[in-house]
Design a protein around this ligand. Structure first.
Ligand code: ADP
Length: 330
């Protein structure tokens, strides 16, 4: 059980409020009750026919009853306040934990995200810096070398821009997303158009088997998701293979599948692929496969903000299928 200083501070604050209320209430109760007691036991002053002895006895009796009642009330109030302190501490601690923990988790996620993002940004920046410094120190640098150098620098700059675009997409708040009746076949066509040049480069066939199914979605975001899935399918597939995109209806859902015949994902990696910055070992070791481990986390974020879901199935060395489910539009 963690006891963070923030939880303890909030516990003390809650307890202070509770005890202040309890003590104020006790104080008022004590004084009002005393007033009530003394009024009820007040001696009838105008009854002059009462014998003096009776008056003295009555005074004593009244004082002793008053004292006894006061003592009893004081004892009860002390017990109530001690009980409030004990149970109040426990209650305040529980409440403080419930209040602070979600905030701490969000802050932790935020700082982890910032740390991971800075780490990823550092790598291309360091490469750029080293390359530029080496070129500047090279006194025999020819125009041809310089051009080659600039080309390499440009590549790093493109990577950096891609990374910052993806980071922005992840950081953006997507609460007010507008969902409209969207033709999944049209969106699939547009997404394919965007990645076609990559498929051509690897001699990969993009097989569009989607039918005209209307789903409730944000067309731009759905297209972004399909581009990410198709881009991955192409990146992690061998040349001359096929990437297929299909759509179907199931109950009140429209389902889009993106399947490839690529390297597949190890069962041990599968639960983490939608995490930010997660890259399976085989993707990291292969120098040629560029990426930051952000694509699928963006896809996941975009799909859940459209009230849909995304999941992956994979068989190593056989291929992977990513399934997007969205509510049907009628
Ligand atoms: P990346 O930029 O590394 O591609 P993603 O978030 O898109 O980041 O994917 C996370 C990881 O999931 C990848 O590094 C890769 O290991 C794995 N992965 C994603 N799609 C596929 C796929 N179609 N085939 C095999 N592995 C995949």
């Amino acid at each position: 059980m963690t006891r963070s200083p923030a939880v303890l501070r909030l516990t003390l604050a809650y307890l202070a409020i509770l005890m202040a209320l309890s003590l104020t209430f006790s104080y008022l109760l004590f004084h009002l009750s005393n007033k009530q007691f003394s009024q009820e036991l007040r001696q009838p002053s105008s009854y002059e026919w009462i014998e003096p002895d009776f008056v003295i006895n009555f005074d004593r009796f009244r004082d002793s009853r008053l004292n006894e009642a006061q003592r009893q009330l004081m004892n009860d109030l002390i017990i109530i306040n001690v009980a409030t302190l004990v149970f109040g501490s426990m209650l305040s601690y529980g409440l403080a934990r419930r209040t602070i923990h979600p905030i701490e988790r969000a802050l932790e996620a935020q700082s982890r995200f910032t740390a991971d993002a800075s780490h990823e940004l550092r790598t291309p920046l360091t490469t750029l810096q080293t390359e530029i410094e080496v070129s500047l120190r090279d006194k025999k640098l020819t125009v041809k070398d310089a051009k080659k150098q600039l080309e390499s620098n440009l590549e790093e700059v493109i990577k950096l821009r891609d990374l910052s675009d993806r980071l922005l997409k992840l950081a953006r708040n997507e609460k007010e997303i507008k969902l409209i009746k969207t033709n999944s076949q049209q969106v699939a066509r547009d997404a394919i158009e965007k990645v076609e040049f990559m498929a051509v480069r690897k001699n990969i066939t993009l097989d569009n088997q989607t039918s005209s199914i209307a789903v409730m979605a944000n067309p731009e975001h759905l297209q972004d998701v399909l581009v990410i899935l198709l881009d991955n399918a192409i990146k992690y597939s061998p040349t001359k293979s096929t990437v297929t995109i299909t759509s179907r209806r199931k109950g009140n859902l429209g389902i889009i599948d993106v399947s490839d015949q690529g390297q597949g994902i190890k069962p041990a990696d599968l639960p983490y692929i939608f995490d930010r910055f997660y890259r399976a070992d085989n993707s990291r070791s292969k120098d040629k496969v560029n990426g930051y481990g952000l694509g699928l986390s963006i896809a996941h974020k975009l799909i859940t903000s459209q009230k849909g879901s995304i999941e992956a199935k994979s068989v190593i060395n056989k291929g992977s299928t990513f399934t997007v489910k969205l509510p049907l539009a009628y």
